[in-house]
Ligand binder design. Structure first.
Ligand code: DOR
Length: 428
C-alpha cells in the first residue's frame, strides 16, 4: 500500500532538513522524500499536508502504562491510543507497575503485550531495585538482555548511595543509561505540593526543591565518577537546571528532560485544580517554569517527556494529602509545547521537534526519530496553528486527571503513522 503525504513542511532535525516536500510511504517504509514528479505520485491514499508540519513520529521516553497491576487507570493498549492521539509513535514505559518490572519475565510480558495490543512501538525501562524498594539491585544484566532500554526506580529515588553506586557501575559496563527520578524523600515525606507560598496558604508541609537538587547533584557526581550515562527525569527547579548545565560544561555524560507541566504552569494551579495538579516533582514557581523553558532552549534539557501518569477519578477526588501524584500528558504535549515554547519564541520549531524525536531516540538507543528513505514509516503530522480547548473527557487515555481542562492551546498532532499504518487521524 502506498500513501503520499503531499506538500507539507517537512522537518527532519537529524539531517537539518526543513522544507516543503512530499513524503511517500510504501509497505511500512518511507520510500521517497522530496518534490516528487507526477509519475511517481500515484498512491492508494493521498494526504494534502499543506499548512501542516511533517515530522518524525514523536517519541516519549517517560510514560506510565500501569500494566501489570492497574488496568483501571491505563492499559498498554489504551495508553498506546493516547500516545497515537498525541502524535507519539514510540514510548518507553516506567517500571512502577504491580508487580514492578524488575524481572526478565515481567519485562518480557510487558514487551509482548506491547507487540500484541499497542498501536505504537512500546519499549520499557526496568527497575534498578527489586520491587522499587531501594534495597536490593535487580539482575540488571538479565533485564538488559531481555530488552530494558534504561534502568530507573521512577516514582522514587534509590537513596542508599552504596546501592546506586553499584547500579551506575553496572550501567556503565552495559552501556545503558540510568534514568533518575531525583528526590530525597527523607526531606519531602509529607508534602503534596511545592514548598512555598501556596503550600503555606493551604497548610501543606510542602516538597522542598532542595530534595530534588540534592539528588541531582549526587547523581551527577556518580555519573562523573563511574562514567555511566545519566538521564535526569522531569527536572523541575531552577537550581536543578543550573546543576545540570554546569555538569555538562565539565563533560559529565548527562542528559535531562523537561515535562510540559513544568514549563507551562506553576503551583498556583493547585488552587484551581486541587489534587489534579498534584504531581511529583511538583509544579513549582514562575521562576522555575522559566528556568525549565530556558534549559530546553539552551540544550541543558535535551528532551521533552510527558511523565504521563494516569490515575482514576476516584483517587484524584481524595483530599490533596491523600490523592496520588501524577497527571496524564500524552494528549496535551504537542499543544503545550507549541503554545508555551514555540509560539512564544522561546524554542524554534526545529528544536522542539528534535526534543520530541531524534534526541530521545539517541538517549535510549531507539530506532526512529528521523525521516529518511528506507526507514520505518513512523511519521506525525502537526497543525502548528490549530486552536483547540483541552477536554479531558475526550482523551483516548482511560484517565482524565489533567489540570489543563478548559485551557486554550495552539498546535496539535492531527495524524500519526506507525510503520506506514495510520493509527490516528483528525478531521481538519
Ligand atoms: O507524579 C508522578 N506520578 N510522579 C512520578 O514520579 C510517578 C508517577 C506515577 O507513577 O503516578
Amino acid at each position: 500500500m502506498r500513501t503520499l503525504i503531499k506538500g507539507g513542511e517537512l522537518i527532519n532535525p537529524a539531517g537539518g532538513y526543513h522544507q516543503i516536500a512530499d513524503l511517500l510511504m510504501e509497505d511500512g517504509k518511507i520510500v521517497r522524500i522530496g518534490h516528487l514528479p507526477e509519475e511517481i505520485q500515484a498512491a492508494d491514499h493521498v494526504i494534502d499536508a499543506a499548512g501542516l508540519l511533517v515530522v518524525p513520529g514523536l517519541i516519549d521516553i517517560h510514560v506510565h502504562f500501569r500494566e501489570p497491576g492497574y488496568p483501571d487507570k491505563e492499559t498498554i493498549a489504551s495508553g498506546s491510543l493516547a500516545a497515537a492521539a498525541g502524535g507519539f509513535t514510540s514510548v518507553v514505559c516506567m517500571p512502577n507497575t504491580k508487580p514492578a518490572i524488575d524481572t526478565a519475565e515481567t519485562l518480557t510480558s510487558v514487551l509482548e503485550e506491547g507487540r500484541k495490543s499497542a498501536v505504537v512501538h512500546v519499549y520499557s525501562s526496568a527497575a534498578i531495585t527489586r520491587g522499587i524498594q531501594g534495597e536490593q539491585l535487580t539482575d540488571m544484566e538479565a533485564l538488559f538482555h531481555a530488552g530494558a532500554v534504561t534502568f530507573t526506580d521512577d516514582g522514587r529515588t534509590v537513596v542508599d548511595s552504596s546501592i546506586i553506586y553499584e547500579a551506575f557501575v553496572t550501567a556503565a559496563r552495559l552501556g545503558v543509561p540510568i534514568s533518575s527520578h531525583c528526590e530525597d524523600h527523607r526531606l519531602v515525606t509529607a508534602g503534596a505540593i511545592n514548598r512555598g507560598e501556596i503550600s503555606r496558604r493551604l497548610g501543606d508541609p510542602g516538597i522542598s526543591p532542595l530534595g530534588e537538587e540534592l539528588m541531582i547533584a549526587r547523581d551527577l557526581l556518580l555519573a562523573e565518577e563511574t562514567g555511566a550515562r545519566l538521564h535526569i527525569q522531569h527536572v523541575s527547579t531552577a537550581r536543578g537546571v543550573q546543576l545540570i548545565r554546569e555538569a555538562k560544561r565539565r563533560g559529565v555524560h548527562v542528559t535531562a528532560e523537561g515535562a510540559p507541566h513544568h514549563f507551562s504552569i506553576t503551583d498556583e494551579k493547585v488552587l484551581e485544580f486541587g489534587a489534579l495538579a498534584k504531581v511529583n516533582p511538583p509544579l513549582r514557581t514562575a521562576q522555575d517554569v522559566e528556568a525549565v523553558a530556558s534549559g530546553l532552549a539552551d540544550g541543558t534539557l535535551d528532551v521533552i517527556a510527558t511523565d504521563h501518569a494516569p490515575h482514576t477519578a476516584a483517587e484524584k477526588r481524595l483530599p490533596l494529602a491523600q490523592a496520588p501524584f501524577g497527571m496524564v500528558g500524552l494528549e496535551t504535549c504537542v499543544g503545550l509545547t507549541f503554545t508555551h515554547l514555540v509560539h512564544t519564541g522561546k524554542l524554534s520549531v526545529d528544536a522542539a521537534v528534535a526534543k520530541l524525536t531524534i534526541e530521545p531516540a539517541q538517549i535510549m538507543s531507539l530506532p526512529g526519530g528521523t525521516l529518511s528513505e528506507g526507514a520505518n514509516a513512523d511519521v506525525t503530522l502537526i497543525d502548528p496553528n490549530k486552536e483547540w480547548v483541552v477536554e479531558p473527557e475526550a482523551f483516548h487515555s482511560k484517565s482524565t486527571n489533567c489540570p489543563f481542562a478548559g485551557m486554550k492551546l495552539r498546535g496539535k498532532a492531527v495524524a500519526t503513522f506507525v510503520s506506514g499504518q495510520c493509527v490516528y487521524k483528525e478531521a481538519r
